[in-house]
Design a protein around this ligand. Structure first.
Ligand SMILES: Cc1cc2nc3c(=O)[nH]c(=O)nc-3n(C[C@H](O)[C@H](O)[C@H](O)COP(=O)(O)O)c2cc1C
Length: 481
């Protein structure tokens, strides 16, 4: 095996512990706001992952909070050294996910831990699972905050894994938003609803960490095979109890059922990834459940969306940026890198480029704004190779000094957006309409070389031998850092 893989959430928890990135909470915590508040504070302080051993009213159930909310945890999940730098993790991710997809394999049900307990009929009751009240003001208890929903295309049979939040409505019903441009949205609203056919689904909670990474990545590769590529080994799947879908055999909890066409039930409000509560309570997509299967002592995974940085923001930024990098590279654009800032709640991306021809920044913006990735972000900053795309100070400096306040800014007034954009007016949110903007931080090519402002930095204005001398003597001068 080329790199370590965690077959399941439990092996990952052990790895977090071994890397001092886990706090095991033996004291009982309340599913009603307390657990959510702990996870929220963990995200805002970038603390270790909380592992809840006792949840009020739910003996035998455990929970893991903020499983992937930092680059350190992402590096651990990838089997890399915990202090790997973002560019290293990015390069490794691109390397693993370029090439041949790795097909999943099917396990016998007897070998699948997720079948250790099976609830059907009256037993399949959503209130028997410790769904937390995540934020005060939420419209209900959200069981599925770090999970994915499996579904199958009615015509092509293509399988999709995607994260779509789910609120418990009653014992047998969950409800949540499925955006019309998402893969599941296109499948359900475009194919099942017109034929008035229920769509089988399976919600997978507490899977191995890289399946979660894959489920929220906007890759064209089927997510189970994408997970296999990230893991360097095939994912082990098992058949569902009540439908023709397959789910990861080592997941903690599986909820099976059908998405109901032509019926909507009210959902939300909910604290969202933009760091605001944006969606009003509104009729949304309905999931009717038929079975729940789970491992002994199942461990629920809990994400808490809000101000940065939660795992959705971190991983969506990471994978959106890297899918953009693949797209731009595949078109032969001479980029030096792409980095989407998680603190921008994946709204802002920085693209580094060698500006070897005029208007290259516009070409980049047109490509990324024109791609499938575009509804999720609206700001592109293009910088030249002088700027370190991973260094926020450097990016802000380039933005404030190289971007002409009129010529350097290009506006795209009509675009696909999300209903969650806090800046959009309510009518735009209702119709998923957005707007986008490019900040071109490259100096125009037609300027004479002698007129180009020279960047005054240690790396730029000293001869190499002086730089080396200073670096070699740095500690001798008395500096500690
Ligand atoms: C934690 C989390 C929650 C999300 N919740 C939703 C949701 O409720 N509805 C939705 O349409 N997209 C949601 N998304 C975005 C989708 O998961 C995202 O589009 C994903 O990549 C699915 O991609 P696909 O639609 O291209 O398959 C969420 C993402 C994350 C990380």
């Amino acid at each position: 095996m080329p790199y370590p893989v965690f077959k399941d959430n439990r092996e990952f928890i052990n790895a977090l512990k071994a890397n001092n990135d886990l706090v095991t909470i033996e004291q009982e915590v309340d599913w009603d706001l307390e657990m959510g508040a702990i996870v929220r504070r963990v995200c805002e302080r970038k603390s270790a992952s909380p592992y809840f051993k006792k949840i009020r009213d739910y003996p035998g159930f455990e929970a893991l909070g903020a499983p992937l909310a930092t680059y350190k945890r992402l590096a651990i999940a990838m089997g890399m050294k915990p202090d790997a730098f973002v560019p290293e993790i990015s390069n490794e991710y691109v390397k693993r996910t370029t090439g041949d997809p790795i097909k999943s394999i099917l396990l016998d049900k007897k070998k699948a831990p997720c079948k250790e307990n099976i609830w059907t009929g009256k037993d399949a009751d959503l209130f028997k699972l410790p769904g937390p009240m995540v934020h005060d003001g939420d419209g209900g208890r959200y069981l599925a905050t770090w999970h994915f929903v499996v579904s199958k295309d009615l015509e092509t049979q293509a399988v999709n894994w995607g994260m779509y939040r789910q609120m418990v409505f009653d014992e047998k019903t969950m409800v949540g938003p499925v955006l019309p441009f998402s893969d599941m949205g296109k499948m359900f609203y475009g194919k099942y609803v017109p034929k008035n056919k229920p769509m089988p689904f399976a919600t997978v909670i507490g899977c191995d960490p890289l399946a979660g990474v894959a489920a929220c990545a906007p890759s064209p590769i089927p997510e189970d095979e994408f997970t296999g590529m990230l893991m360097g080994a095939p994912v082990e799947l098992v058949k569902c109890e009540t439908c023709d879908l397959e789910v990861p055999a080592h997941a903690e909890i599986i909820i099976e059922g059908e998405v109901i066409p032509n019926l909507l039930i009210e959902e939300a409000p909910f604290g969202e990834y933009t760091g605001y509560r944006t969606s009003p309570r509104e009729p949304r997509t309905v999931y009717r459940i038929k079975a729940i299967t789970f491992r002994n002592n199942p461990i629920l995974t809990v994400s808490n969306m809000g101000v940065p940085t939660d795992e959705g923001q971190l991983l969506r930024s990471f994978s959106l940026g890297l899918e953009m990098r693949k797209l731009l590279e595949s078109q032969g654009i001479p980029i030096t890198g792409v980095f989407m800032l998680p603190e921008s709640t994946h709204h802002m991306v920085v693209v580094g480029v060698k500006p070897i021809y005029s208007n290259i920044a516009s070409q980049i913006a047109n490509l990324v704004f024109g791609s499938k990735l575009s509804p999720w972000f609206h700001m592109v900053i293009v910088v030249d190779e002088e700027t370190d795309i991973y260094n926020k100070d450097d990016v802000i400096h380039a933005l404030a000094t190289k971007c002409h306040p009129i010529r350097g800014i290009r506006k795209y007034e009509q675009s696909v957006g999300t209903p969650l954009y806090p800046f959009a007016d309510p009518e735009d949110r209702k119709w998923s309409r957005g707007a986008q903007i490019l900040f071109d931080c490259t100096f125009p090519l037609h300027w004479p070389k002698s007129d180009l402002p020279i960047k005054v930095s240690f790396n730029n204005v000293y001869p190499k031998e002086i730089q080396e001398k200073v670096l070699q003597n740095w500690k001798n001068y008395g500096f500690k850092d």
